[in-house]
Each structure stands twice: as C-alpha cells, then as structure tokens.
Ligand binder design. Structure first.
Ligand code: C2E
Ligand code: MG
Ligand code: MG
Ligand code: MG
Length: 282
C-alpha cells in the first residue's frame, strides 16, 4: 500500500516537473525573440535622499510584455535568461537603453542597472560598459551597477578583477539585496562596493519589530564605519521611512516614494525644473 502511494506521489511529481520544464522551454523560446520584437521595456523607480527628500537617481527595472501572456515578472524570466545565456543579449540591451535614456536627462541624476552573474563573469563585460558609456555620452559617475553577492561567489577572483576594472572606468558599484546572501560581511570587505542596498525584508516593519530594528541599526552602523552609504529597499510606509530618517539612513527606494514606472511619469525629475520635485519630508 505504502509502495503504491509512493509511486503515485512520484508520478505526480514527474508530471508536474514535466510541466514546469515545458513551461520554462516555452518561455525561453519566446524570450529569444523578445529583444528583436521590442517586447522588453525599462521602467524606473526613484531613489530618494532621506535627509533632503530629493530624488538622486533611478533604478532601471526590466519588464517583458509577452504577446499572449501579458506582463511576465523579471523574477520569472531573468533566471531563465540566466540559465540560457540569453541574459548576455538582454543585459546588453538594458545597459544601452538605460544609459541612452539617462544621458538625455538635463539633470545629472544617477541611473542604476542590475547586472547578473553571467554578465559579470562574461569575457566582454568591461569592454561593453566602456563602449556604451562612450556611445551614450553618459558621464561614468552617473552609472551605478547593482550586483548581488551571489553573483560574485562562483568565481570571486575573477569577479574582483571585473569590479575593479569597472570602477576604474569611473562608475559605482552597489551591493544589491544586502543581508540575503550567506556571507554578506566578508563580501563587503573583499569587494570594492560604493553603496549597500539593504534588502526589503529588513525594511518591512522596521518601525514595529525590535529584531528588525536592531539589524537595521547595525547595518547602518556598518555602513558608517566603512564609509558606505546605505539605501533601504522596498520602503512602503511613512513609519518605515520615519525610522530610517531617525537612524540617519542615507537613501530610500520603494512604493512610498514611487513605483517603478515608465520614465515619462517622472518628467519633473528627469526633464523639468527643480520646482516640480516633490519632497518626502516637510
Ligand atoms: P531588485 O534589483 O532587488 O529590485 C527591487 C525589486 O523590488 C523590484 O522588483 C521592484 O519593483 C520591487 N520593489 C520596489 N519597491 C518596492 C516596495 O516598496 N514594495 C515591494 N513589495 N516591492 C518593491 P522587480 O522589478 O519585479 O524586479 C525583481 C528582480 O528582478 C530585481 O530585484 C532584480 O534582481 C531582477 N531584475 C530586474 N531588472 C533586471 C535587469 O535589467 N537585469 C537583471 N539582471 N535583473 C533584473
Ligand atoms: Mg536592484
Ligand atoms: Mg534588491
Ligand atoms: Mg533582488
């Protein structure tokens, strides 16, 4: 009896896995044409300096409008693109598009671009970034590359070399999703980061949860000790922002200040005069 149950369970998993593999193959197939068919677009989310309330830059976030499925989340398709090396082509498009866009802003705000492990470890990444900066005319210090620590650990020596070469081009490097990897502290020491982006899981309810508050305070202390600004990700409530302001966190990003949106939505920041800029604090 137990035996037949086991087999039934196995068949169930086999069928489900089959469906998942098929699903991934279908998405991968469609993704192969997504750049050429102009189905990808970038949305932008403001990054705000907490002390002044000023927008200091935008993070570019990738969106895929699938012709039949509609909007597919990057949390779904970026991992598929990474497994198939499609991320090289897609990542190049993201970099070119974000730099071209930011170069058209009259105000010298920064633009942050997410870069995956496959790109960092690819042979031509530094050359590509150099070429894109020249071609777009974007001042290198306005470009920020966001990497997660998991992107670095497969080949730390190579990653270190790449990050150093990127910095030599004049751009900045942010550690994304800080705290979610498994050796965040040693990675902070080993790699040349310019900014810490603390993951939204440490920001959520930071105003009401004592443990979360203690972790946030120590990360802010760490940032101060290392001379690195800390940006809090995923700020959704005024209470969370109030806590971060009281603890002198440098910058914040989240739905409270603005959802990722087409850049036209932010024209007061990227193209208008400073008179139009909203303040997040009185
Ligand atoms: P990430 O780089 O950590 O981006 C932050 C994610 O948090 C974004 O999800 C953003 O929309 C979401 N977010 C921002 N504020 C809030 C908030 O207040 N509340 C909540 N609940 N969420 C918020 P998104 O756009 O779905 O992107 C997911 C992940 O996909 C990104 O995480 C990044 O790892 C990856 N990704 C996005 N665009 C690119 C890209 O161009 N290249 C690569 N390699 N990865 C990308
Ligand atoms: Mg990011
Ligand atoms: Mg993040
Ligand atoms: Mg992330």
């Amino acid at each position: 009896r137990a035996k037949s149950d086991g087999r039934g369970t196995y068949r169930f998993f086999e069928a489900r896995m089959g469906a998942e593999v098929r699903e991934r193959r279908l998405l991968e197939h469609d993704l192969r044409h997504a750049v050429a068919r102009r189905e990808l677009e970038l949305v932008y989310q403001p990054q705000t300096e907490i002390g002044s309330g000023e927008v200091i830059g935008f993070e570019a976030l990738l969106r895929w409008r699938h012709p039949e499925r509609g909007h597919v989340s990057p949390a779904v398709f970026v991992p598929i693109a990474e497994e198939s090396d499609l991320i090289l082509q897609i990542g190049e498009w993201v970099l070119r598009e974000a730099c071209r866009e930011a170069a058209s802003w009259p105000r010298p705000l920064s633009v942050a671009v997410n870069v995956s492990a496959v790109q960092i470890h690819g042979p031509r990444f530094v050359g590509l970034v150099h070429e894109v900066l020249l071609q777009s005319g974007l001042a290198p210090h306005r470009l920020e590359v966001e990497v997660t620590e998991t992107a670095l650990i497969s080949d730390p020596n190579r990653a270190l070399l790449t990050l150093r070469q990127l910095r030599a081009l004049g751009l900045r490097i942010a550690m994304d999703d800080f705290g979610t990897g498994y050796s965040s502290l040693s990675n902070l020491r080993s790699f040349p980061f310019d900014k810490i982006k603390i993951d939204s899981s440490f920001v959520r309810s930071v105003d009401s949860n004592e443990q979360t508050a203690a972790i946030m305070r120590s990360v802010l202390g760490l940032g101060r000790g290392l001379g690195l600004p800390v940006l809090a990700e995923g700020v959704e409530t005024a209470a969370e922002l109030g806590f971060l302001a009281a603890e002198r966190c440098h910058a914040a990003q989240g739905y409270l200040m603005g959802r990722p949106s087409p850049i036209g939505h932010f024209s007061t920041h990227t193209h208008g005069s400073s008179a139009g800029a909203e303040k997040i604090r009185a």
